[in-house]
Design a protein around this ligand. Structure first.
Ligand code: ARG
Length: 475
């Protein structure tokens, strides 16, 4: 019989016990203690189901459920906490249940195994944290959309190869980041389709001979349906790998944005000043204002990528079904969620509180030749083939560089020397503001196009929010 003095679930077959070192090596309570609510919730659903299917009398089922509720209150109020000498959260809670209701506690584990239990509880935990992550991501998307609207007319250089390419608006640039986050949110919602399935009733691996109502359990715990194959139910961890991938990609997107904020806050750019809330000083150089939070987001993306590769490597060699290796899925998952959620929130806050130096962005367009394409397009409109126009404008740029002027320094005379089709309005074509306004194509950088994509983004977000609501509030 399991008592608090024999804190394990499987002693009968053994004469000796694990060496202290092997025990310390294998116990997982320090990680899976996070699953205590899910453990209590899943156990109560199991007990109620046992009462309904006749595996327990109604009185027994109620006593178990009441005791589980008591344990819930004890933990919440700090009166009792699953302590370290137990192997894992399942063992700890069962032992506490025994202290409360004696041998009846031993009936709860009928027809279930820690293998199906742990897989169920991780899914429940993940579903809950998905809500927090989705909320944080939605906040970030709305922040970017709001800023984009404010800066739909703010001109800045658009880059390719880190060289000035064509003028864009800051709003357009910020929306480019926003779309990546919208896709991350969409991936998060879709991953839910595969995560939200219930392993309970799979037992250790092959199902059970007891009349476990899997449909009822799945519905009680808010899952879409029971997992169709009991062996798959206890050995599948791809739902975790999928979340780690979604998280890793999200961190990569955050890292790219963080990298731009780091560059933009350097004096060479001076496009942005990050708030004191997200920067630090130097212990030796009094003038320093370092973008530490952005740097840490960039750095932590490496750790999250590591967690994904760790997870894939953990599973790749495992024969079906449950293997103890799988216990180490949780530290990877927990560490990832602990990193990703604050990273998203901090990025959003950092963007909100940053000061945008729009005059520096505008000044960076001065003399940067980023409207050379406009001159070539001008000739094309006059009937010159684009390849030829490109070559001619290349020569104009060369001449400007030799004379030490930008395109702004061009005169009509200089232009006409290169091609007779240039007329006075060619000098207007090189105005960056005009170049931006002219790109009113769908998805272009013109203010009206930026406004249009913000509307599109709102529609996408509404659809994704609906999917997430269905996943997270199934009833
Ligand atoms: N602590 C284990 C885990 O997280 C669950 C227990 C299953 N253990 C076992 N020996 N079958 O994976």
């Amino acid at each position: 019989m399991l008592t608090p003095d024999t804190p394990k679930m499987w002693g009968g077959r053994f004469e000796g016990s694990l060496s202290p070192e092997a025990q310390a090596y294998s116990f997982s309570l320090q990680h899976d203690v996070r699953l205590w609510k899910q453990e209590l919730h899943a156990s109560a659903a199991h007990a109620r189901m046992m009462g309904i299917t006749g595996m327990l009398s109604t009185h027994e089922a109620n006593r178990i459920v009441d005791a589980l509720l008591e344990i819930h209150a004890e933990i919440e109020e700090g009166e009792w906490f699953p302590f370290d000498e137990y192997e894992d959260i399942h063992t700890a809670i069962e032992a506490r249940l025994f202290e409360k209701i004696g041998a009846l506690a031993g009936k709860l584990h009928t027809g279930r195994s820690r293998n199906d239990l742990v897989a169920t509880e991780v899914r429940m935990w993940l579903r809950e944290r998905t809500t927090d992550l989705a909320r944080a991501l939605l906040g970030l998307c709305h922040r970017l959309m709001h800023l984009a609207e404010q800066h739909k007319e703010t001109l800045m250089p658009g880059l390719t190869h880190q060289q000035h390419a064509q003028p864009v608006t800051l709003g357009h640039h910020l929306m480019a980041h926003c779309w990546a986050f919208i896709r991350d949110l969409s991936r998060l919602a879709h991953a839910g389709d595969r995560m939200n399935l219930c392993p309970l009733g799979a037992g250790a691996l092959s199902g059970t001979t007891f009349p476990i109502d899997r449909e009822l359990l799945a519905a009680e715990l808010g899952f879409g349906m029971p997992i169709p194959n009991s062996m798959d139910a206890v050995s599948d961890r791809d739902f975790i790998a999928e979340y780690l991938f979604v998280s890793a990609l999200l961190m990569v997107h955050l890292s790219r944005l963080a990298q731009e904020l780091i560059l933009w806050s350097a004096p060479e750019y001076g496009y942005v000043e990050l708030s004191d809330e997200h920067t630090t000083g130097s212990s030796i150089m009094p003038q320093k204002k370092n973008p530490d939070i952005a740097e840490l987001i960039r750095g932590r993306s490496a750790l999250v990528i590591g967690n994904l590769t760790g997870m894939l490597a953990l599973v790749k060699g495992l024969p079906l079904t449950y293997n103890r290796d799988l216990q180490d899925d949780k530290p990877l998952l927990f560490a990832t969620m602990d990193t990703v959620i604050p990273s998203v929130r901090l990025m959003s806050d950092m963007l909100e509180k940053a000061q945008w130096r729009t005059e520096r962005m505008r000044a960076a367009l001065q003399g940067d030749f980023s409207t050379a394409t406009e001159l070539a397009d001008y000739l094309v409109r006059k009937g010159v083939p684009f390849r030829e126009a490109h070559h001619i404008v290349g020569q104009i740029v060369r001449e400007c560089i030799q004379r030490g002027v930008g395109l702004e320094g061009l005169t009509l005379e200089m232009l006409q020397k290169h091609h007779p089709r240039f007329e006075a309005d060619a000098l207007e074509a090189i105005d960056p503001e005009r170049a931006v306004r002219a790109r009113a194509i769908l998805g272009g950088t013109a203010p009206e196009s930026v406004m249009h994509q913000i509307e599109q983004a709102k529609n996408w977000l509404a659809v994704i929010e609906h999917q997430l609501n269905e996943l997270l509030n199934p009833n």
